[in-house]
Structures are given as structure tokens and as C-alpha cells.
Design a protein around this ligand. Structure first.
Ligand code: DQA
Length: 144
């Protein structure tokens, strides 16, 4: 089973970026932990700060037949990008929306997600553990 984890803008700065909100762990350590925990799953990781590149990746992965699902933290594009929402809607594999912080408890603009309606579900507020919970959701979804 193969799962794609996609991170959007500024998530390459994890560990250094606003640690009071996003913690001080890096995405690399999170991926090491996930790969150790889920040895039977192939976890591919992709990060981009560019909206079009994120769309290209969602389309390519979604149409490849390779992936059981996508774990997507679209960062600030979550709140603004109809184009990413359209890309998610155009693929048939499940996409789980993920946030490190609890976006529902933050500024009004972050309480709105343009991608949530086309995602399988949303996991928000569990720090980097949100990624693990999203993988669990995809595994459970496959077993149902
Ligand atoms: C975020 C929340 C977004 O509002 C923000 O723009 C991010 C990170 C999160 O993981 O908590 O870049 O998606």
C-alpha cells in the first residue's frame, strides 16, 4: 500500500516556523517516525510552496493508480484555493485534509476551508500527530 503525503506552502519551515503554534519538530523527523511505524506502507512525501505544483502532484498521483490515498496539508491554500479543491474533486482516491494546529480555534479566515467539502475528512489540532491520524483514517477506510 502506498500513501502520498503532500505539504503546501511554508511547511518546509517546520521546526523553525512559529514553534509556539507548530511545535519544534521537523517534517523529516515526523516522516522518519511514520516510516518506522508503518513499515508495510510506502510513504511518499512531496512539499511545494507553489499552488500549481501542488495541483500537478494531486492530479498525477490521483491518476497513477499507485496510491491508496493522499494526506494533504495545503497550508494557507486550504483557506483560499478553489483550484486545489477542484484538483481534489477531479481524482477518485481519498484525500484527508490535515492541519497541525487547530484551525477552528484560530482567526476567522482559518476557520474556512475550501477543500474540506471535497476531502474524505479533516484532522486538525494534534500537532504532527495529525499526519499519523490521517494515515490511520486511510487504513481504516480501506478496511471498511
Ligand atoms: C496549517 C494551518 C494553516 O492555516 C496555515 O496557513 C498553515 C498550517 C496547519 O497545519 O495548522 O500553513 O495548515
Amino acid at each position: 500500500m502506498k500513501i502520498l503525503i503532500v505539504n503546501g506552502p511554508n511547511l518546509n519551515m517546520l521546526g523553525r516556523r512559529q514553534p509556539e503554534i507548530y511545535g519544534s519538530d521537523t517534517m523529516e523527523s515526523c516522516l522518519d517516525d511514520l516510516r518506522g511505524r508503518y513499515e508495510e506502507i510506502e510513504l511518499e512525501y512531496y512539499q511545494s510552496n507553489c499552488e500549481g505544483s501542488l495541483i500537478d502532484k494531486i492530479q498525477t498521483a490521483g491518476c497513477s493508480g499507485e496510491f491508496a490515498g493522499i494526506v494533504l496539508n495545503a497550508g494557507a491554500y486550504t483557506h483560499t484555493s478553489l483550484a486545489i479543491a477542484d484538483a481534489i474533486a477531479s481524482v477518485s482516491i481519498p484525500v484527508v485534509e490535515v492541519h497541525i494546529s487547530n484551525v477552528a480555534a484560530r482567526e476567522a479566515i482559518r476557520r474556512q476551508s475550501l477543500i474540506a467539502p471535497v476531502c474524505k475528512g479533516v484532522i486538525s489540532g494534534f500537532g504532527l500527530d495529525s499526519y499519523r491520524l490521517a494515515i490511520e483514517a486511510l487504513i481504516c477506510g480501506r478496511q471498511r
